[in-house]
Design a binder for this molecule. Structure first.
Ligand SMILES: Nc1nc2c(ncn2[C@@H]2O[C@H](COP(=O)(O)OP(=O)(O)OP(=O)(O)O)[C@@H](O)[C@H]2O)c(=O)[nH]1
Ligand SMILES: [Mg+2]
Ligand SMILES: [Zn+2]
Length: 333
């Protein structure tokens, strides 16, 4: 990070703050040399409008304001934080610079505006339940976003305790569909504690984010893994079975196995930020592997002769359900 020139007044404030010993222990220890005496690196654990809650290397939490023009920062980002004085001369922290990210999960919001969801993630966990509706298009859209980060993907099918015979059958098919492509799938029930240990294992030593529709049980899964945390769980609407958007901002938690989990607000829909047909194709790994092998280089895989994708669908090595998602997503581009 480029060092900023400090005014005399800023230098005096910093010196006085250091004398006041208002930095947490870890912050003081993190200081290195005179060059960076005034900044420390922290990770954002949640972002609320003009304030972030961040944590130091030793997991001490600090509240920070955000310097103007810092850009779109989000949960999971690393930022440089400076200790300064607020208007009442009280010590406070201010995030002054965004550190380079290794990836950023974004979605397309209102009027096509990109919105950051979380940064620096190793694994995207798509939480799904077939109730009230079993549409898998959302899973495919999240997979496209994940493959383009890139990050690992894991599908969690939750609320198995509520499944009747029909939804059990649907789940067997969905599980097979995604496992055949190569994605791990875990079935869970928060109520019956099913699949929770398996999920915990899959979270070890990495940063994962839980994504999915509102009400599928993302926060309930985190709460089951971390019962001591104060996490809000919402009711689902009795009329529609849909969630009530209980989680409003993404939040990062540490698990006991050195895993880090980010709980994100549920969506009504998720539109990945697709820049090109290539980025969509990259998201359908079983289609991507045959890329460039159709007779025509610009084959749309509709009715063209010599289309390898159509052939693979007939042979059942590419699922028509996934192919329909692929064509639909290209149409929406
Ligand atoms: N029966 C049953 N109910 C569950 C299970 N998991 C979650 N629920 C219920 O589903 C409802 C929604 O749970 P949340 O954990 O708040 O869902 P969420 O995905 O975090 O929802 P948002 O924060 O709105 O995105 C609550 O009433 C939970 O008790 C489960 O495995 N079985
Ligand atoms: Mg939630
Ligand atoms: Zn083709």
């Amino acid at each position: 990070m480029a060092k900023r020139r400090l005014s005399r007044q800023q230098q005096r404030r910093i010196a006085s703050n250091q004398q006041n010993k208002c930095l947490p222990d870890t912050v003081a220890k993190n200081k290195t040399g005179s060059n960076q005496a005034d900044t420390i690196n922290v990770r954002i654990i949640s972002h609320h409008g003009k304030q972030i809650i961040a944590e130091t290397d030793n997991q001490q939490q600090i509240k920070c304001k955000i310097r103007q023009h810092l850009g779109n920062i989000t949960c999971g980002d690393y930022v440089a934080v400076e200790q300064t004085l607020d208007t009442e001369n009280k010590p406070c922290y201010i995030a002054v610079a965004l550190q380079p990210r290794y990836n950023l999960l974004e979605k397309t919001g209102f009027a096509g505006i990109k919105k950051p969801v979380a940064a620096n993630i190793d694994q995207v966990i798509i939480v799904y339940t077939p109730l009230p509706q079993a549409n898998t298009y959302l899973i495919d859209r999240y997979l496209v976003a994940t493959e383009n980060l890139p990050a690992k993907a894991l599908l969690v099918i939750n609320k198995t305790d509520l499944f009747d015979r029909d939804s059990r059958q649907t789940i067997i098919q969905i599980k097979k569909l995604y496992e055949d492509i190569g994605y791990p799938v875990i079935t869970t029930s928060v109520k019956n504690h099913e699949g929770i240990d398996e999920l915990n294992m899959a979270l070890k030593n990495k940063t994962s984010i839980l994504v999915g529709l509102s009400g599928v049980g993302k926060s309930s899964l985190v709460k089951t893994l971390l019962p001591e945390q104060n996490i809000r769980i919402g009711e689902t609407s009795t009329a529609t079975g849909e969630g009530k958007h209980t989680t409003t901002v993404s939040a990062l938690y540490h698990l006991h196995n050195k895993g880090i989990i980010i709980d994100s607000p549920g969506v009504r829909d998720f539109t990945p930020v697709n820049k090109s047909i290539q980025s969509i194709t990259r998201g359908f790994v079983e289609i991507q592997q045959y890329s460039g092998q159709c007779r025509f280089s610009n084959c749309n895989h509709s009715n063209e002769p010599g289309c390898i994708i159509k052939k693979k669908i007939q042979e059942n090595s590419i699922s028509s359900q996934r192919f329909n998602s692929y064509q639909q997503m290209k149409k929406e581009l």
